[in-house]
Design a binder for this molecule. Sequence first.
Ligand SMILES: Cc1cc2nc3c(=O)[nH]c(=O)nc-3n(C[C@H](O)[C@H](O)[C@H](O)COP(=O)(O)O)c2cc1C
Length: 503
Amino acid sequence: MDAASPLKKQKLPPFDLNAADASLTRPEAPRVDIPATNPSTDGPIADVSPTEPEPLIAGMTSALPDGPAQSSPNPSPPENTPRPLMILRSGIPPGLSPRAQRAWEHYRKLGSPWRIVAPMVDQSELPFRMLCRKHGADAAYTPMLHSRLFVDSERYRKEHFTTCPEDRPLFVQFCANNPDTLVEAARYVEPYCDYIDLNLGCPQAIAKRGNYGSFLMDDLPLVRSIVSALSAASSVPVACKIRMFPSIDDTIAYARMLEEAGCQLLAVHGRTRDQKSARLTADWHVIKAVREAVSIPVLANGNIRNLSDVRACMAFTGADGVLSADTLLEDPAMFGREIDPPAEISGRVSEALDVPQPGTWHALPLMTPPDVIDVTIEYLEMVKKYPVPMRMVKGHMFKLLGGWFRVHTDLRDGLNQQQPATVDYIINMCKEMAQRNAADPLLRPLPDPRRQTPPEGKTMKKIIEAAVEKAGEAIDPPAGKGAKTASEYREQRLQLGKVAVRA
Ligand SMILES: Cc1cc2nc3c(=O)[nH]c(=O)nc-3n(C[C@H](O)[C@H](O)[C@H](O)COP(=O)(O)O)c2cc1C
């Protein structure tokens, strides 16, 4: 990618709640007002100078200490200060507890990150985080790490957690159902991260069997004890990532309980445990209610497909930032794209402030960005620098290049057959793909028909036909591979779509 690329890392301002439009200028004053002076003694909060020692990883690219880091426990035990009802939008919030103030100081010290790479098992690994950071992400979560395995197995630690000095701010996420185990696991990573996050959202069967993630919502006293223990013992602030309860009141009570237990940052995924599909619209109303109910920074999660959605979500919910998962997998440069690609290329339609109805099905449109092959090669170069297991790399390839693999099925099959595949093999494959695309400018990436909304009565065939129709509509005269007429071209694309569906 050349230096003039619009995708190079830009520092973009967050949404200004007070502005009439989504101004691109960073607001002068923070949206959530932090007192200019800390009434409890500490002096100006805006001028917090880092007091922690430098992390021990200068010059390190990928390593963990052999034993737990020897960090001192948090000198302040959990407080029972009553939580203020809500943070005011202006002035000094009355009754902000010292812990809530510390939460804000820490968040501000990190630069108030607002475009954040969500935790993704096997997919938010170091090279992917670094790629997203390069293209606009302000912070990133690691994939969920299993706290017991992390404590028990050096091999697990080395495979699943790698970092580098530039990989900050970093949220390290664990799943846990035992406070002591989590505290011990956290010791290993404290020097390398800015938050230790507890996964309270995983809805998968494996989490049910292991009694972690969203299944801890059935045992809130246990959740409280885990968060309290970690908050008391860790030198790094505790964050939690939650799903909502079916009832908004329960969700609010849950969020408040977490804050009281010592959570200093809350990420709220606006779906319930049963809403597993990314096609079910997340509920921004609940996120807004949580944001108003707690005093700590809140991040919103769900339904972010582009930068306009980021701003719309922050404006609507009042959240301090967003997490994105699915979209970043297909468009790691999303956070840095100030101008969304034209709808006819991306198929995206920003819903802006038109907040989607929660719980309804919504289409995840074709997201293949025009520069996806360049970005993929950038990712592969990152992998050379920060090696990770090939299963993670391949997982990214099918997400990033999925639209093009449905056109160049032979390249997809070739990659599938490579055992083991090498990074150089995949880079060459990308180059071949780019050459073919350059030679046939009429080619378009094909959308994944499984991602389209299945409206009542529509068969998969109809969905594919609609997608192919869209991909082929610009063709006049037809010049597809060997196709002599427009209908032949579309038929050809339809066949490709069918192959992709079967695969
Ligand atoms: C491949 C993948 C892996 C995920 N792994 C995790 C995880 O390790 N921990 C977690 O809390 N959430 C995980 N999630 C959920 C996301 O962090 C996020 O909450 C969810 O996808 C909704 O965000 P989105 O609408 O931007 O995709 C994962 C999601 C995906 C797509």
